[in-house]
Design a protein around this ligand. Structure first.
Ligand code: ZN
Length: 322
Protein backbone atom coordinates (compact mmCIF):
# COMPACT_ATOMS: atom_id res chain seq x y z
CA UNK A 1 0.00 0.00 0.00
CA UNK A 2 2.83 2.42 0.92
CA UNK A 3 4.61 1.51 -2.30
CA UNK A 4 1.44 2.15 -4.26
CA UNK A 5 1.01 5.61 -2.70
CA UNK A 6 4.67 6.41 -3.47
CA UNK A 7 4.23 5.30 -7.07
CA UNK A 8 1.05 7.39 -7.39
CA UNK A 9 2.86 10.49 -6.05
CA UNK A 10 5.80 9.90 -8.39
CA UNK A 11 3.35 9.52 -11.26
CA UNK A 12 1.74 12.89 -10.44
CA UNK A 13 5.14 14.63 -10.23
CA UNK A 14 6.30 13.16 -13.54
CA UNK A 15 2.95 14.03 -15.12
CA UNK A 16 3.28 17.69 -14.08
CA UNK A 17 6.87 17.80 -15.36
CA UNK A 18 5.82 16.22 -18.65
CA UNK A 19 3.02 18.76 -19.16
CA UNK A 20 5.42 21.61 -18.40
CA UNK A 21 7.97 20.20 -20.82
CA UNK A 22 5.30 19.97 -23.50
CA UNK A 23 4.03 23.50 -22.84
CA UNK A 24 7.49 25.09 -22.70
CA UNK A 25 7.51 28.86 -22.25
CA UNK A 26 4.09 29.13 -23.86
CA UNK A 27 5.04 31.99 -26.16
CA UNK A 28 4.12 31.75 -29.82
CA UNK A 29 4.72 35.40 -30.69
CA UNK A 30 8.50 35.14 -30.97
CA UNK A 31 10.32 34.39 -34.20
CA UNK A 32 12.89 31.75 -33.18
CA UNK A 33 14.89 28.95 -34.72
CA UNK A 34 12.84 25.79 -33.99
CA UNK A 35 16.01 23.83 -33.25
CA UNK A 36 18.26 26.09 -31.13
CA UNK A 37 15.72 28.83 -30.27
CA UNK A 38 18.02 31.56 -31.59
CA UNK A 39 16.21 34.88 -31.76
CA UNK A 40 15.51 35.50 -35.46
CA UNK A 41 13.20 38.48 -35.11
CA UNK A 42 15.65 40.60 -37.04
CA UNK A 43 16.49 37.96 -39.67
CA UNK A 44 14.34 37.53 -42.73
CA UNK A 45 15.46 34.09 -43.95
CA UNK A 46 14.29 30.61 -42.87
CA UNK A 47 17.87 29.50 -42.25
CA UNK A 48 19.28 29.96 -38.76
CA UNK A 49 22.66 31.75 -38.74
CA UNK A 50 23.47 30.20 -35.36
CA UNK A 51 23.03 26.45 -36.02
CA UNK A 52 22.37 26.33 -39.75
CA UNK A 53 18.96 24.69 -39.39
CA UNK A 54 16.48 25.72 -42.07
CA UNK A 55 12.85 25.93 -40.97
CA UNK A 56 10.48 24.41 -43.51
CA UNK A 57 7.98 27.22 -43.25
CA UNK A 58 7.61 30.47 -41.38
CA UNK A 59 4.99 29.08 -38.98
CA UNK A 60 7.58 26.58 -37.70
CA UNK A 61 9.47 29.52 -36.20
CA UNK A 62 6.56 30.64 -34.02
CA UNK A 63 6.41 27.69 -31.68
CA UNK A 64 6.41 27.32 -27.97
CA UNK A 65 9.85 26.59 -26.63
CA UNK A 66 9.28 23.05 -25.49
CA UNK A 67 11.75 20.31 -24.63
CA UNK A 68 10.89 17.32 -26.76
CA UNK A 69 13.50 15.21 -25.06
CA UNK A 70 12.15 15.95 -21.59
CA UNK A 71 8.60 15.38 -22.85
CA UNK A 72 9.48 11.95 -24.30
CA UNK A 73 11.32 10.96 -21.14
CA UNK A 74 8.29 12.07 -19.11
CA UNK A 75 5.86 10.00 -21.19
CA UNK A 76 8.12 6.96 -20.89
CA UNK A 77 8.39 7.50 -17.14
CA UNK A 78 4.60 7.79 -16.80
CA UNK A 79 4.11 4.55 -18.74
CA UNK A 80 6.59 2.72 -16.53
CA UNK A 81 5.06 4.06 -13.33
CA UNK A 82 1.56 3.16 -14.55
CA UNK A 83 2.72 -0.39 -15.33
CA UNK A 84 4.36 -0.64 -11.91
CA UNK A 85 1.10 0.54 -10.30
CA UNK A 86 -0.99 -1.99 -12.22
CA UNK A 87 1.52 -4.71 -11.34
CA UNK A 88 1.14 -3.87 -7.64
CA UNK A 89 -2.66 -3.70 -7.75
CA UNK A 90 -3.23 -7.08 -9.48
CA UNK A 91 -3.24 -9.77 -6.78
CA UNK A 92 -1.40 -13.07 -6.87
CA UNK A 93 2.00 -14.23 -8.16
CA UNK A 94 3.78 -12.56 -11.07
CA UNK A 95 2.38 -15.08 -13.53
CA UNK A 96 -1.05 -13.59 -12.85
CA UNK A 97 0.14 -10.06 -13.53
CA UNK A 98 1.78 -10.49 -16.90
CA UNK A 99 -0.90 -10.24 -19.65
CA UNK A 100 -1.95 -13.69 -20.81
CA UNK A 101 -1.12 -13.26 -24.52
CA UNK A 102 2.42 -12.32 -23.47
CA UNK A 103 2.49 -15.16 -20.95
CA UNK A 104 1.49 -17.64 -23.69
CA UNK A 105 4.43 -16.48 -25.79
CA UNK A 106 6.80 -16.79 -22.82
CA UNK A 107 5.46 -20.30 -22.14
CA UNK A 108 5.84 -21.39 -25.75
CA UNK A 109 9.49 -20.29 -25.66
CA UNK A 110 10.62 -21.06 -22.12
CA UNK A 111 8.47 -23.92 -20.80
CA UNK A 112 10.10 -27.33 -20.63
CA UNK A 113 8.26 -29.76 -22.91
CA UNK A 114 6.34 -32.74 -21.45
CA UNK A 115 8.01 -36.13 -21.20
CA UNK A 116 7.58 -38.42 -24.21
CA UNK A 117 4.99 -41.24 -23.93
CA UNK A 118 6.21 -43.89 -21.49
CA UNK A 119 5.95 -46.62 -24.13
CA UNK A 120 7.83 -44.55 -26.72
CA UNK A 121 6.75 -42.00 -29.31
CA UNK A 122 3.60 -42.73 -31.28
CA UNK A 123 2.24 -45.03 -28.59
CA UNK A 124 0.58 -42.50 -26.28
CA UNK A 125 0.27 -38.86 -25.38
CA UNK A 126 3.15 -36.74 -24.07
CA UNK A 127 3.25 -36.90 -20.27
CA UNK A 128 3.23 -33.67 -18.19
CA UNK A 129 5.67 -33.77 -15.26
CA UNK A 130 3.40 -34.51 -12.29
CA UNK A 131 5.48 -32.72 -9.64
CA UNK A 132 5.13 -29.39 -11.47
CA UNK A 133 1.39 -29.36 -10.97
CA UNK A 134 1.59 -29.09 -7.18
CA UNK A 135 4.77 -26.98 -7.11
CA UNK A 136 4.86 -23.92 -4.87
CA UNK A 137 6.15 -21.86 -7.79
CA UNK A 138 3.37 -20.45 -9.94
CA UNK A 139 5.61 -20.68 -13.01
CA UNK A 140 5.94 -24.45 -12.53
CA UNK A 141 2.18 -24.81 -12.28
CA UNK A 142 1.79 -22.90 -15.53
CA UNK A 143 4.42 -25.06 -17.20
CA UNK A 144 2.39 -28.11 -16.17
CA UNK A 145 -0.66 -26.62 -17.87
CA UNK A 146 1.39 -25.88 -20.94
CA UNK A 147 2.56 -29.48 -21.00
CA UNK A 148 -1.02 -30.67 -20.57
CA UNK A 149 -2.10 -28.55 -23.51
CA UNK A 150 0.65 -30.12 -25.61
CA UNK A 151 -0.84 -33.50 -24.70
CA UNK A 152 -4.38 -32.31 -25.52
CA UNK A 153 -3.20 -31.11 -28.91
CA UNK A 154 -1.55 -34.46 -29.53
CA UNK A 155 -4.86 -36.17 -28.72
CA UNK A 156 -6.71 -33.83 -31.05
CA UNK A 157 -4.18 -34.38 -33.83
CA UNK A 158 -4.27 -38.16 -33.38
CA UNK A 159 -8.06 -38.23 -33.83
CA UNK A 160 -7.89 -35.94 -36.85
CA UNK A 161 -4.81 -37.67 -38.27
CA UNK A 162 -6.91 -39.48 -40.88
CA UNK A 163 -10.13 -38.64 -42.66
CA UNK A 164 -13.33 -40.49 -43.37
CA UNK A 165 -15.01 -42.99 -41.03
CA UNK A 166 -13.00 -44.28 -38.07
CA UNK A 167 -11.85 -47.81 -38.87
CA UNK A 168 -11.82 -50.57 -36.27
CA UNK A 169 -8.02 -50.63 -36.24
CA UNK A 170 -7.94 -46.87 -35.79
CA UNK A 171 -10.43 -47.03 -32.95
CA UNK A 172 -8.27 -49.60 -31.15
CA UNK A 173 -5.28 -47.30 -31.52
CA UNK A 174 -7.17 -44.19 -30.32
CA UNK A 175 -8.91 -45.71 -27.29
CA UNK A 176 -5.81 -45.66 -24.99
CA UNK A 177 -5.16 -42.05 -26.04
CA UNK A 178 -8.77 -41.15 -25.20
CA UNK A 179 -8.31 -42.58 -21.72
CA UNK A 180 -5.07 -40.65 -21.25
CA UNK A 181 -6.59 -37.38 -22.46
CA UNK A 182 -9.63 -37.87 -20.25
CA UNK A 183 -7.58 -38.67 -17.15
CA UNK A 184 -5.34 -35.67 -17.80
CA UNK A 185 -8.28 -33.34 -18.20
CA UNK A 186 -9.75 -34.61 -14.93
CA UNK A 187 -6.44 -33.60 -13.30
CA UNK A 188 -6.81 -30.00 -14.47
CA UNK A 189 -9.82 -29.83 -12.13
CA UNK A 190 -7.34 -29.59 -9.24
CA UNK A 191 -5.88 -26.29 -10.44
CA UNK A 192 -6.60 -22.89 -8.88
CA UNK A 193 -9.54 -21.41 -10.78
CA UNK A 194 -7.64 -18.16 -11.45
CA UNK A 195 -4.66 -20.05 -12.85
CA UNK A 196 -6.47 -22.60 -14.99
CA UNK A 197 -6.27 -20.96 -18.39
CA UNK A 198 -3.06 -22.00 -20.09
CA UNK A 199 -4.66 -25.02 -21.80
CA UNK A 200 -7.72 -23.12 -23.03
CA UNK A 201 -5.98 -22.59 -26.37
CA UNK A 202 -5.91 -26.33 -27.00
CA UNK A 203 -9.65 -26.57 -26.34
CA UNK A 204 -10.39 -23.48 -28.45
CA UNK A 205 -8.60 -25.21 -31.29
CA UNK A 206 -10.82 -28.29 -30.89
CA UNK A 207 -13.91 -26.10 -30.86
CA UNK A 208 -12.71 -24.38 -34.04
CA UNK A 209 -12.16 -27.77 -35.65
CA UNK A 210 -15.68 -28.82 -34.74
CA UNK A 211 -17.10 -25.59 -36.17
CA UNK A 212 -15.12 -26.13 -39.37
CA UNK A 213 -16.37 -29.74 -39.58
CA UNK A 214 -20.04 -28.77 -39.87
CA UNK A 215 -21.40 -30.50 -42.96
CA UNK A 216 -18.83 -33.32 -42.91
CA UNK A 217 -20.31 -36.07 -40.73
CA UNK A 218 -17.05 -38.00 -40.32
CA UNK A 219 -15.00 -35.00 -39.33
CA UNK A 220 -17.76 -33.78 -37.05
CA UNK A 221 -17.86 -37.11 -35.25
CA UNK A 222 -14.10 -36.99 -34.70
CA UNK A 223 -14.32 -33.42 -33.42
CA UNK A 224 -17.21 -34.29 -31.08
CA UNK A 225 -15.24 -37.16 -29.66
CA UNK A 226 -12.06 -35.15 -28.96
CA UNK A 227 -14.09 -32.54 -27.09
CA UNK A 228 -16.21 -35.06 -25.21
CA UNK A 229 -13.11 -36.63 -23.66
CA UNK A 230 -12.22 -33.16 -22.36
CA UNK A 231 -15.73 -32.77 -20.96
CA UNK A 232 -16.62 -29.98 -23.26
CA UNK A 233 -20.30 -29.52 -23.95
CA UNK A 234 -22.31 -26.85 -25.71
CA UNK A 235 -21.04 -23.31 -25.41
CA UNK A 236 -19.30 -23.69 -22.04
CA UNK A 237 -16.74 -25.92 -20.42
CA UNK A 238 -17.66 -28.56 -17.96
CA UNK A 239 -15.32 -29.87 -15.32
CA UNK A 240 -17.69 -32.59 -14.23
CA UNK A 241 -16.82 -36.06 -15.44
CA UNK A 242 -20.50 -36.92 -15.69
CA UNK A 243 -20.97 -34.28 -18.37
CA UNK A 244 -18.73 -35.75 -21.03
CA UNK A 245 -20.99 -36.80 -23.88
CA UNK A 246 -19.07 -39.24 -26.03
CA UNK A 247 -21.00 -39.64 -29.32
CA UNK A 248 -23.29 -42.66 -29.68
CA UNK A 249 -21.56 -43.72 -32.90
CA UNK A 250 -18.23 -44.07 -31.09
CA UNK A 251 -19.81 -46.02 -28.22
CA UNK A 252 -21.71 -48.31 -30.64
CA UNK A 253 -18.58 -49.04 -32.64
CA UNK A 254 -16.59 -49.71 -29.47
CA UNK A 255 -19.24 -52.06 -28.02
CA UNK A 256 -19.19 -54.14 -31.22
CA UNK A 257 -15.39 -54.22 -31.45
CA UNK A 258 -13.45 -57.47 -31.64
CA UNK A 259 -10.88 -56.24 -29.09
CA UNK A 260 -12.07 -56.70 -25.47
CA UNK A 261 -10.12 -53.60 -24.42
CA UNK A 262 -12.11 -51.47 -26.85
CA UNK A 263 -15.39 -53.04 -25.71
CA UNK A 264 -14.47 -52.11 -22.12
CA UNK A 265 -13.90 -48.57 -23.30
CA UNK A 266 -17.34 -48.63 -24.95
CA UNK A 267 -18.93 -49.83 -21.69
CA UNK A 268 -17.11 -47.15 -19.72
CA UNK A 269 -18.28 -44.35 -22.00
CA UNK A 270 -21.79 -45.84 -22.14
CA UNK A 271 -21.77 -45.85 -18.34
CA UNK A 272 -20.65 -42.25 -18.26
CA UNK A 273 -23.52 -41.28 -20.54
CA UNK A 274 -25.99 -43.27 -18.43
CA UNK A 275 -24.68 -41.56 -15.30
CA UNK A 276 -25.24 -38.24 -17.00
CA UNK A 277 -28.92 -39.15 -17.56
CA UNK A 278 -29.20 -39.98 -13.86
CA UNK A 279 -27.67 -36.64 -12.87
CA UNK A 280 -29.40 -34.58 -15.55
CA UNK A 281 -32.61 -36.34 -16.64
CA UNK A 282 -32.93 -34.10 -19.71
CA UNK A 283 -29.74 -35.60 -21.16
CA UNK A 284 -30.18 -37.93 -24.14
CA UNK A 285 -30.14 -41.61 -23.24
CA UNK A 286 -27.20 -43.41 -24.86
CA UNK A 287 -28.19 -45.83 -27.61
CA UNK A 288 -27.53 -49.54 -27.06
CA UNK A 289 -28.95 -50.56 -23.70
CA UNK A 290 -30.00 -53.92 -25.22
CA UNK A 291 -26.47 -54.46 -26.50
CA UNK A 292 -25.04 -53.90 -23.00
CA UNK A 293 -27.63 -56.30 -21.54
CA UNK A 294 -26.68 -58.93 -24.13
CA UNK A 295 -22.98 -58.43 -23.33
CA UNK A 296 -23.67 -58.96 -19.61
CA UNK A 297 -24.51 -62.59 -20.33
CA UNK A 298 -23.08 -63.37 -23.75
CA UNK A 299 -19.71 -61.61 -24.11
CA UNK A 300 -16.76 -63.94 -24.65
CA UNK A 301 -14.50 -62.03 -22.25
CA UNK A 302 -15.16 -62.47 -18.50
CA UNK A 303 -13.95 -58.95 -17.58
CA UNK A 304 -16.22 -57.39 -20.20
CA UNK A 305 -19.11 -59.58 -19.04
CA UNK A 306 -18.63 -58.48 -15.43
CA UNK A 307 -18.39 -54.80 -16.36
CA UNK A 308 -21.52 -55.03 -18.53
CA UNK A 309 -23.40 -56.82 -15.73
CA UNK A 310 -22.43 -54.05 -13.27
CA UNK A 311 -23.69 -51.49 -15.74
CA UNK A 312 -27.02 -53.31 -16.12
CA UNK A 313 -27.45 -53.32 -12.33
CA UNK A 314 -26.72 -49.59 -12.28
CA UNK A 315 -29.20 -48.85 -15.06
CA UNK A 316 -31.92 -51.03 -13.54
CA UNK A 317 -31.44 -49.26 -10.23
CA UNK A 318 -31.24 -45.65 -11.34
CA UNK A 319 -32.71 -45.29 -14.82
CA UNK A 320 -36.40 -45.42 -15.78
CA UNK A 321 -37.53 -48.74 -17.25
CA UNK A 322 -37.39 -48.96 -21.03
ZN1 ZN B 1 19.31 27.46 -34.82
Amino acid sequence: MVTFVLISCAFLVVAVMTIKAWWGDGRTDLRRCPRCWYDMSAIDTLKCPECGHAARRTSDMYQRRASKRLFRAGVAGMCMLALAGVYLVIPGPWTNKVPRPLMRIILSIAATPPAPPSAGPGSGLPVPVATLKSSKRSWDRLVWQHQASVAFRAWDDAVHGTQGPITHAELARLVPLADEAHALFAETGGLFATEAWAYDGAIERMVARRTAAAGDADRLLRAEWTLAELQYIGSGYSWRPDFARVPDAIIQQALAHADARVRLFGLDRFGRRAHQVVMEPASPMPIGREIVEAMATGDGDPVVRKRAADLVVYMDGFLPKK
